[in-house]
Design a protein around this ligand. Structure first.
Ligand SMILES: Cc1ncc(COP(=O)(O)O)c(C=O)c1O
Length: 490
């Protein structure tokens, strides 16, 4: 039944219903959808609601229109999701030299950046941000050049505290420390609660930036099995907490990188109870929390933390500007230690970016911008999934995240993704090979793709800020050729 009192528009509800029928295979590839008139009558909605719903499904890449004939389910919309991971269960010392190589390749000009979790500049509110930045400089000609509160500008901390309410957290502005992005927040958090040689429990696969931080703090990592939907295995975490010497645990709570998992509230609460029972600090990275595709913003794990054991980290890098380097950390129990570390590292975060983000949050249209970005990302993700289903080897498994900006692909066992990485570079396409997401160098048959680049149907490799069907066609063909030639991991 359609719910007229729901926050979700009627056309979105209609589209979701049809999408579910396609997913359950009630509607099969090639099937004709009901005519606009028929569906309108069946659901008692207006013609424009049905038209909007069909347009949305087209945007999501699920259906296609045939002139004079009607709407049809697109062919080949099949792909299983990967199973939960099963990493080796011993703590590893970390070596991320391969990550540096991947970074260097991505940095080359004219590369289609499917390998980095970056948005196209066209999707960011750059005109507004630049205008606000000009105003900030004009109205604060002296302040922006002086030392100010080490915790960060009060106006920004106030705005962040307001935004945290959406994530279910009641945090006073005084409890927030502004950092240079999420990276610095995680770095400070880990540094505050560990000492060299300690072991940190992490998701597997996990964001390679976290591995680089662990490596530079001389920490070891214990990889834990992780489900592409539900996140880290609490059962394995409990076993590890009981039997090993775990100093901290670090997870990406919402739409993780690379699996896209989003823990349910129940599991978030269970996780907090677990770490509280063993008195182990939890570093939560919630950088993708605002990028949900449907419903409401998922809660942070921090929302369930009554003892101040969670160190919450986030930033604007995935939503408005990676270059402004504005992030934040809620330290609670470890607040003083984190503040001291921030001060000795770089005293404070630059003021112009802080005031710019504060003004953008307050009245720059952040919510409107997010609504647009989520809609575009959702549609781009569906298009990319469809293109992968169409062009990659049929055994390829693909995640189906409900937010964020990356897809994780699992190719047949023994498929050597590093080889695909090399051949894709010859076409100036970067991918992120699975091996960089694990200290034990697992996931050699996996890769991560960024759906945050502007999608264009006739994607032109001369325009590296966009991707599209053509890019995926090339990648898929390279993967198919590699399989045919039996270039496998030996
Ligand atoms: C999970 C995760 N955390 C942190 C970061 C880095 O964030 P920042 O640019 O704010 O330091 C990224 C960027 O890719 C990420 O995916």
């Amino acid at each position: 039944m359609l719910d007229k009192s729901s926050d979700k528009h009627l056309y979105e509800q209609v589209a979701d219903r049809i999408q579910e029928l396609i997913k359950q295979k009630t509607l099969q590839p090639g099937d004709r959808l009901p005519s606009v008139r028929k569906l309108r009558e069946q659901l008692s909605v207006s013609v424009s609601t049905v038209m909007e719903a069909y347009r949305l499904l087209e945007d999501r890449g699920l259906i296609t229109v045939r002139p004079q004939s009607g709407y049809y389910v697109k062919a080949n919309f099949v792909s299983e999701e990967p199973n939960p991971s099963d990493p080796p269960q011993q703590a590893n010392v970390i070596d991320t030299s391969i990550v540096s190589r991947v970074y260097a390749d991505i940095d080359q000009p004219q590369i289609v950046k499917l390998g980095a979790a970056v948005p196209s500049p066209e999707l960011l509110p750059l005109v507004t941000l630049n205008r606000i930045m000009g105003q900030v400089i004009r109205t604060n000609p002296e302040n922006i050049h002086s030392y100010q509160s080490l915790k960060g500008c009060e106006t920004l901390r106030h705005e962040i505290a307001k935004r945290l309410i959406d994530a279910g957290c009641a945090i006073a502005p005084e409890g927030i420390i502004v950092t240079n992005g999420t990276t610095e927040a995680i770095y400070l958090a880990l540094q505050a609660v560990t000492k060299p040689g300690d072991t940190v429990a992490i998701e597997s696969p996990c964001y390679y930036g976290l591995l680089q931080i662990l490596e530079s703090l001389h920490l070891k990592a214990l990889e834990l099995p992780t489900d592409p939907r539900e996140g880290i295995s609490l059962e394995h975490l409990e076993t590890a907490l009981k039997s090993s010497n775990i100093a901290a645990c670090a997870v990406v709570s919402n739409f993780s990188n690379p699996l896209g998992s989003c823990m349910s509230d129940r599991r978030k609460q269970d996780l907090v109870e677990l770490v509280t029972k063993y008195n182990i600090p939890l570093i939560e990275d919630d950088i993708y929390g605002d990028l949900y595709f449907t419903g409401n913003r998922p809660k942070a794990i921090k929302a369930f933390d009554t003892k101040g054991i969670v160190l919450y980290c986030s930033s604007v890098s995935k939503t408005i500007s990676p270059g402004l380097r504005v992030g934040w950390l809620v330290g609670e129990k470890n607040f003083l230690q984190v503040k001291k570390l921030k001060t000795v590292t770089n005293v404070m975060t630059s003021i112009v970016p802080q005031l710019t983000v504060a003004a953008f949050f307050a009245n720059g249209g952040y919510e409107r911008h997010l609504r647009k970005m989520r809609r575009i990302y959702h549609s781009q993700m569906e298009k990319m999934r469809l293109a992968i289903s169409n062009y990659f080897p049929p055994q390829t498994r693909i995640t189906r995240p409900q937010g964020g900006q990356v897809l994780w692909l699992e190719l047949p066992q023994n498929f050597d993704v590093m080889q695909l990485y090399e051949s894709a570079l010859e076409y100036r396409i970067s991918i992120a090979p699975g091996i960089i997401f694990s200290p034990s160098k697992s996931y050699r048959n996996c890769l991560r793709l960024n759906f945050g680049l502007l999608w264009s149907e006739d994607s032109d490799l001369a325009k590296p800020a966009s991707s599209g069907d053509r890019t995926l066609q090339i990648l898929g063909a390279l993967a198919q050729q590699q399989l045919a030639k039996k270039i496998l991991i030996t």
